[in-house]
Structures are given as C-alpha cells and as structure tokens.
Design a protein around this ligand. Structure first.
Ligand code: BES
Ligand code: ZN
Ligand code: ZN
Length: 478
C-alpha cells in the first residue's frame, strides 16, 4: 500500500528510510559524523548512486538522483533504483519504508515508489508455504509536499492493474482456461464499474466468427468473446477508443505443433488480452474521462481430431476467406474477427495488443513493443510518447503496401502466413485487412514474459502494456 504522510518525522520512524536527493546537505540529516564521512567517501559523482547505511537495525538509503537531462531516462533510473531497495527490503524483512525527497522531486519520488512496488510482485499461489515466501513490505509512506493524495492513489491503482495483468498471464491454462478468464474479468469489471458482455459459443456461432471458431475446433473448452466498456458521463471523445487483445489461453501451435521448448511459456499467449482488460480497469479506477471499449476473443490452440488443418479454407466474420497454411499462425485468425467486429462502433482509434510473432521478438528482443500503423500516424506519435514516459517503448516497423502481396492466396482472399521475410509485418498486414479506421497494431511477443529477472519487470509475466495504454488514455483525454 502506498500512503502519503507529510507530518511524519523522517528519521528513526521506520526500518527503511529512503532519501531521494539531488544535492547532499549533511546538515539536513541527523547522521553522526562517521556516517557523514562514510557517505561522502562512497560517492564522488553522486549521480544515479544508491548509498546504503545500516545503523543498528535501521536501514537507510540515500539515492542521488541522476543528473541525466533526459526526463524519461532519469525517471527510469529511479524505478530501477527503487527495485534495488525493494530487494534489500525483502532480504531484511522490512514492513514499512518511508520515501523522503529533500528536493521535492515529484515524478522521481513516484517513480521510486513505482519501482519498489512493481519489483515486489510475487506469483506464489502454487507455493505450499505461502507465508514463508510472502514479501514483507506492507506500506510505503511517501513524504513529499509536492505530491497529493490523487497521485499516490493513481499509482496504487496502476500497480494493482499491473499485478492483475501479471497474475492472469502467469496462471497456467489448467488454472485459467477461457471460462475462468471470463469469470475473472467479470469479477474485475463488477468491482471497478466496467460494463461487461460475454458472448458464448452459441452466440459466436450464430455471428459466424469463423476465425475464432476455427482456432477453437481442437479445444475442449468453449471460445468466448469478451466485451468490456468504460463509458464515463463526461468523456472527452464522441467516438470510442477500442482496444483489442489476443486471448489465446495456450498456444500449442495446433497440428503445426510447436517443437523443442518453444511451447513451454505459451500460457503467455493471452498477454494482450490481460493487458487490455487490466488497462480498462486502471482507466476506470483512475476515472480517466475517455470512452474505451476492450474486445477479447479467447480460446486455446490445440491439436485434436477436429482441429483445423493446413490447407483449410475458412470464412471470417466479415466474409473474407482465408487459406490456413500454418495452424500456429492462429492469433491473427481470432483477432481478425474482433477487428471486423470493432467497425460497428465507428471508433476514433483501434489499438490491438498481441503476442503475435516470434519474428517481432527476434527483431528487437524484450526491450520494447513492435508497432505498425495505418491512418493513425499522429496517434502513434502520442503512443510513442506514452511509451517513453513509462519505459514500455515503441519501435515502429514499416507498413508499406509492398508487403501486401505476401499474404495473397491462390485460392482464397488471404493466407495466414506471409513467408520467411518480415514475419511481424505480414502478420500486421493480415490484421489491417479487417480494419477501416485509424489503426495501430502492437506486437508484444518480446517483452511480455521474461525467463530471467530484469529489475522491476521481474521474471515471468511483466505486465507490459498496462502502463503505456493507461498513459495513452490520459494523453488522449487531455
Ligand atoms: N504465440 C505465437 C508467437 C510467439 C512466439 C509469442 C514466441 C511469444 C513468444 C504465435 O501464435 C506464433 O506461433 N506465431 C508463429 C507465426 C508463424 C507460424 C507464421 C511464429 O512466430 O513462429
Ligand atoms: Zn501460434
Ligand atoms: Zn499464438
């Protein structure tokens, strides 16, 4: 929990005091001369430097803010320093930390708290001895008169949403199939005042959503199509923003079965769905005056007697025919139906978020999100800004017409693979076929899940997408 308390006496209150400084003024702190000498000897440059002092059982850290002129980079350094403190807090079993900023740095202080909280995430539902593993940190108290209650609440909401996103992605499919995903999102929607509608298999059949139905043929669980809506009274937009998330609860590849260890992490394949749903939660909790709709087509992708085969020709929701030439390119099939469905809202902008291609991950690794746009260049500029501010950075790929030929089929309107070259782009091109509005495609295959811990992004699900989309919503509402 993050609290604000500017009436506390800073020193000797908690087992972990953190001072965020731009300048070092020893007279401001009640340290002994020995400690002051120690601090001064430790740091020459005092830029992005964390100095830790343990006095009896009182843990104190001084963080000298980076003097990097680039705002976003400086803030990111604060998040990462926050995670370092979090690791110490874990080691020393500290329950409360106080963050005190002598120079009243607002964004830096909040970023520090953000780094602590995001880094403190744990996924322990399957540990037998949970109490032993539980993170000790209960409260972060922020002392900074430049920061108000609304800002700390907003940060708490965002952390809550990222945590939920990570939980949903980390849960394996035997604990979170389509039905349970729908239940969890219903629970979430009720708690934060979102509208929710869940189309069941019968409805999806009568709507003839051929992409979603075909991918689902090999599954024992039914498909679901989830519609979430946040419609505040005084929204800034007449036409809604629509977010679409890929909800493959597990991707075996289907009959084009994934080989080696390529299947191991494929519970991550609903990372887009989790991100758009929890972004809506965050937008609702923070009451951002924007009309936003989220669409989540969900199923797993498995081989079975009834599963789609390579060579099948299917008819999509909008009537487009598609030759399936690889059952592992399933994400685009379910997303296409949702993108075509989105036309009825006459949207101002549609953004899809999907763990769509290994090619995107190979191209830029886990450090950013691959993006393409059609008739939405200004919106993408805004999204890049949101990405830089949250460090969920955007790398824009070309989206030239030249690629269109790669997904043309000999016997149908489209085929679902585009050859070895430019795999992330041809996947995007396939999706764009089903749109007639300003459109941004985001491929999060790289950053969605980490096998090795990276600071506050943790290991396993990172919750990528929630912070950039929430920030984008704020920018759009301004
Ligand atoms: N879910 C995968 C993409 C993926 C791979 C996400 C690795 C995260 C990490 C997707 O459904 C897939 O299998 N894509 C294929 C497409 C190919 C058959 C055209 C791929 O990328 O290999
Ligand atoms: Zn696949
Ligand atoms: Zn997939």
């Amino acid at each position: 929990m993050i609290k604000l308390d500017n009436n506390l006496q800073t020193t000797h209150l908690s087992a972990a005091n953190i001072f965020i400084l731009t300048e070092w003024d020893p007279t401001q702190h009640s340290f002994s001369n020995d400690i002051i000498r120690f601090i001064e000897s430790k740091s020459e440059t005092k830029s992005d430097e964390l100095i830790e002092v343990l006095i009896l059982d009182q843990y104190t850290a001084l963080y000298f803010c980076s003097n990097d002129k680039d705002n976003n980079r400086r803030i990111e350094k604060c998040r990462r320093a926050g995670d370092k403190i979090q690791q110490k807090v874990l080691e020393l079993k500290i329950k409360t930390t106080i963050i005190h900023s002598t120079s009243l740095l607002k964004n830096e202080t909040l970023a520090f708290a953000e780094g602590i909280m995001l880094g403190a995430y744990q996924f322990i539902p399957f540990q037998s001895d949970k109490t032993k593993k539980q993170h000790p940190l209960e409260t972060i108290i922020i002392q900074n008169v430049a920061i108000g209650q609304t800002e700390t609440e907003k940060l708490s909401n965002t952390i809550k949403s990222v945590y939920l996103c990570r939980d949903l992605v980390n849960l394996p499919v035997n604990h979170l199939n389509t039905v349970k995903l729908a239940d969890r999102l219903t629970e979430m929607a009720k708690a934060c005042g979102l509208g929710i509608e869940i189309l069941n298999k019968k409805q999806i059949e009568s709507l003839r959503m051929g992409g979603l139905l075909t991918v689902n043929y090999g599954s024992v669980d039914p498909p679901v199509f989830i519609i979430l809506e946040f419609k505040p009274k005084h929204s800034m937009n007449k036409q809604p923003i629509v977010l679409v998330g890929k909800g493959i609860t597990y991707d075996t590849g289907g009959l084009n079965l994934k080989t080696g260890n390529f299947m191991d992490d494929m519970k991550l394949d609903m990372g887009g769905a989790a991100a758009v749903a929890t972004s809506l939660q965050n937008i609702a909790l923070n009451n951002i005056p924007l009309h936003v709709i989220a669409l989540i087509p969900a199923t797993d992708n498995r081989p079975n007697g009834n599963a789609m085969v390579s060579g099948d020709v299917i008819t999509m929701f909008d009537g487009t025919t598609v030759e399936v030439l690889n059952t592992d390119a399933e994400g685009r099939l379910i997303l296409a139906d949702a993108l075509a469905w989105a036309k009825q809202y006459n949207p101002m902008l549609v953004i899809d978020m999907a763990t769509l291609t290994g090619a995107a991950a190979r191209a830029i690794g886990s450090h950013g999100i691959v993006a393409m746009q059609q008739n939405a260049s200004q919106f993408l500029e805004m999204l890049k800004q949101a990405g830089d501010q949250t460090n969920e950075k955007i790398a824009e790929f070309p989206f030239w017409e030249d690629y269109d030929n790669q997904i043309k089929s000999e016997i149908a309107d489209l085929k679902n693979i585009g050859g070895v070259e430019a795999g992330a782009i041809t996947a995007g091109k396939f999706l764009a076929h089903f749109t007639n509005y300003p459109y941004i495609h985001l491929d999060i295959a790289g950053p969605v899940f980490l096998n090795k811990r990276d600071s506050y992004r943790c290991s396993g699900a990172t919750g990528v997408g929630v912070r950039i989309l929430s920030r984008m919503a704020e920018l759009l509402a301004q």
